[in-house]
Design a protein around this ligand. Sequence first.
Ligand SMILES: Nc1ncnc2c1ncn2[C@@H]1O[C@H](COP(=O)(O)OP(=O)(O)OP(=O)(O)O)[C@@H](O)[C@H]1O
Ligand SMILES: [Mg+2]
Length: 299
Amino acid sequence: MVAPGKIGMQIVGLPDKAVAESRERVQAALHATGLALPPKRVTVNLAPADLPKEGSHFDLAIALALMAALGAVPADALTGYVVIGELNLDGTIAAVAGALPAAMAANAMDKGLICPADCGPEAAWAGADIDVLAPKSLIAIANHFKGTQVLSRPVPAVRTPAHGLPDLCEIKGQESAKRALEVAAAGGHNLLMAGPPGAGKSMLAARLPSILPPLLPQELLDMSMVHSIAGKLAGGRLSDRRPFRAPHHSASMASLVGGGIKARPGEASLAHHGVLFLDEIAGVLAAGARCAATAAGKW
Ligand SMILES: Nc1ncnc2c1ncn2[C@@H]1O[C@H](COP(=O)(O)OP(=O)(O)OP(=O)(O)O)[C@@H](O)[C@H]1O
Ligand SMILES: [Mg+2]
């Protein structure tokens, strides 16, 4: 709301430090775009007011609301969109985590999504009919709504890993162990391997992904949503490979199971629909245990 009163800009609605600092980023980005805030009192209300807000992804929504108040973009055009994105001081839009789940939620509400250009390929996965705008800067979005330079819909992208997977065919003999791996891969079972050092436990477990079935479309989305929230989708491209997570045996409980005040997925969640490979797990479970064991599985 832009109203007469003491000049300044205030954000209310239980913002955390990152959201409160958005005031500086938004003001600088608008200035760089050639839009000066009027010498009035600007109040940004993040509703519902009793729910704490965190993160930098509110920047773009705040900036667009102010641009609508200043008449730089039509206010009614924005009502059909969910907006996420962080602003740089020069008015360009930086990538944020969670574009895919945001796009799925927007689609479920019959709305479009405005997100940073880098997140566009990821958001476009949410559905063939969702309206995704992925501008590089505030100027690009203003031009789009003015009709001078219309943004095209981003194309869903898949990342092709540079290197091939370690293959089960490289293992000599070990027929019963290979059979166990095949049964686990086909049925989605967990595996615990125990044996003397050098028997090939780590080697066998690392080759489990090479015999897993391809991801189903729904599994690809489920898995990618977890990776999106963790900010692990480089360039907004989804991976069509099942995840293989191999945390070190000294990894903390928090990094394995996730959670925390600002809840983040842990290794167990990041391995969803893939393999969580816990090498030397016996050493963790019983310090000093003589048998070296490897656990792999759960996809
Ligand atoms: N059946 C096999 N076929 C091919 N290479 C093998 C086989 N068994 C062992 N090797 C070789 O031995 C190396 C050691 O195996 P690996 O590290 O998987 O053993 P491990 O059982 O995990 O041992 P540790 O308990 O010490 O961790 C492998 O990297 C591989 O080069
Ligand atoms: Mg080993």
